[in-house]
Write a protein that binds this ligand. Structure first.
Ligand SMILES: *Cc1c(COP(=O)(O)O)cnc(C)c1O
Length: 364
């Protein structure tokens, strides 16, 4: 992507002119472990149901703005009221809407880097005052006291659990305390929660805290990154605020139909998610055994692992060029020196990654 020319930048709003077009540095490779997608895709019967549902979708009419059928099914799944759910064009749209509705000049957004880069991107675009509370850069543990203090008068506080790219869970007790002690909203971004141990989610806290929001997506465990569907749960009043700022037709009828079909086949997906979790532990063991080669790996609750390797940028390039394996390079991101993020793939994909990495680090 080319940089913004100066004559174009001059015409832009300052918060937008400061940005660079998002470039995930995709290249077509045999083994793509760079974007935290579900490597297996949908099981056959779920896929067939999705194709059938999309074929039946009415495309000459505008979609139902609030995706009522999908909203009702999600409410049912999580034991909340439909008015407590809003569906968006990916979780990303809902993050954008959150900053649009609750951010802006004079509104502070607290978050805990290293975390999801989209928070800074959208927060700055919406001219929020971003207040980072950095994690410990050795363990990536949250600075709990610093966070509680920073969140006290913030408009929005974001906790990512499991966090991207560090893959660790946030303590539920901390999120509960944030809800109690912050005057503003607390968003638990649970984009990867389906891969975490039972009981890690804070969806059940929604009943007690009207300032809590929980974000989920169909892009990761549900294997629908291409469809662009995410959702946020919260109290009806806050959900209404998100509905007020959204583009009315942002979620197409085709995507609504696809998500609803996949949701009704979620039992079949559970086996896929369990397989990915097993693969993650096998991959983690293999990486732990590579410590003599200079590899460091952190515990993981998502479908990806954060690792640190010598000459990380070079390792990533060689994995791609010599082994057809793409991972995500975070080594130039603040606080993530030498770090790569590896999505858990199929058993075969993980084997190819480990073989490639071993060869590179042994100097072969
Ligand atoms: C992937 C991701 C999302 C949402 O992604 P969408 O594809 O837009 O639904 C939200 N938060 C985090 C931390 C993510 O990694």
């Amino acid at each position: 992507m080319s940089a913004l020319p100066a004559d174009v930048q001059r015409l832009m709003r300052p918060s937008a002119a400061a940005l660079e077009p998002y470039d995930p540095a995709f290249t077509p490779v045999a083994v793509n472990l760079s974007a935290n997608e579900n490597a297996y895709g949908l099981p056959e019967s779920a896929h067939a149901a999705m194709v059938e549902a999309v074929a039946q979708a009415v495309a000459n009419r505008y979609p139902v703005p609030l995706a009522n059928d999908l909203r009702a099914a999600l409410a049912d799944l999580h034991g909340v009221a439909p008015e407590q759910v809003i569906v968006g064009n990916g979780g990303d749209e809902l993050l954008f809407n959150l900053f649009l509705a609750f951010g802006g000049a004079g509104h502070t957004v607290v978050h805990c880097p290293p975390d999801f880069s989209v928070y800074d991107l959208y927060g700055e675009l919406a001219e929020c005052e971003m207040r980072p509370v950095w994690r410990d850069l050795e363990t990536f543990a949250l600075d709990e006291e610093g966070l509680l203090e920073a969140a006290r008068d913030a408009s929005v506080t974001i906790i990512t659990s499991p966090n991207n790219p560090t893959s660790d869970l946030a303590p539920r007790a901390l999120i509960e305390r944030l809800c109690q002690e912050s005057a503003g909203l607390v968003l638990a971004d649970e984009a990867y929660m389906e891969f975490a141990p039972e009981g890690s989610s804070c969806v059940d806290l929604l009943a007690a805290y009207p300032n809590l929001l929980v974000l989920r997506t169909f892009s990761k465990a549900y294997a629908l990154a291409g469809a662009r569907v995410g959702y946020v749960m919260g109290s009806p009043g806050v959900i209404s605020a998100l509905a007020a700022v959204r583009q009315p037709y942002s979620v197409s009828s085709l995507d609504q139909a696809a998500a609803l079909a996949v949701l009704s086949h979620r039992e079949e997906l559970e086996a896929v998610v369990a397989q990915i979790v097993r693969n993650r532990e096998v991959l983690r063991e293999a990486l732990l055994a590579m410590e003599p080669l200079g590899v460091r790996v952190w515990p993981a609750a998502g479908n990806f692992l954060l690792i640190r390797v010598p000459q990380a940028a070079d390792v990533r390039r060689r994995l791609r060029d010599e082994h057809e394996v793409l991972v995500r390079d975070f080594s130039s991101a603040p606080g993530l020196d030498g770090c790569l993020r590896v999505t858990v793939g199929t058993e075969e994909e993980n084997r190819r990654f480990i073989e490639g990495l071993t060869a590179i680090l042994r100097g072969e």
